[in-house]
Design a protein around this ligand. Sequence first.
Ligand code: SF4
Length: 189
Amino acid sequence: NEAGEISVKDIDHFAKTSFPLCMRHLFEKVREDHHLKHGGRMQLGLFLKGVGLKLDDALAFWKAEFAPKVSAERFDKEYAYNIRHNYGREGKRTDYTPYSCQKIISSTPGVGDHHGCPYRHFSEENLKAALVRMGVSSRAVEDVMDKVRNRHYQLACTLTFEAVHGSSCDAGINHPNQYFIDSQKILQS
Ligand code: SF4
């Protein structure tokens, strides 16, 4: 899937195989809480747009995820506009681009927010647990934590990518959508 299209039913599968940790985390949280605050909706929403989720599918995805907590009428009133806006269908009609690692790393998530970069914003304990859940070996977890302690967050993400895919990523990770594309290249080859 390079600059391809994905549908709502594919998201689960791709989240497990090809999402970087920042997006896996947001996806797991929206599943768990049936809600995400604005920063998380922007970060995950624009990422999903970048991997090829079309506007109608994006509306269907968020509506279904929020459904246990947010009625269809409230969704249409409070959330749909922003999603259409991200796709350039409202307001100034800017076609917004997904956030880069640099932008995500320098964001400042507050209490109850789930956006940001886990390598930068998680506690050591939570980050280790998340890496283990991704299937990173304990040896590789230590290498990742070493990069984190030296504040090399994108290198930490690159090492995670390499550990999960058993394949090198020479360019290094600098964008969540690049992570996705490089992952798909390896998995489809
Ligand atoms: Fe996401 Fe980039 Fe952080 Fe990796 S380094 S988790 S892709 S923001």
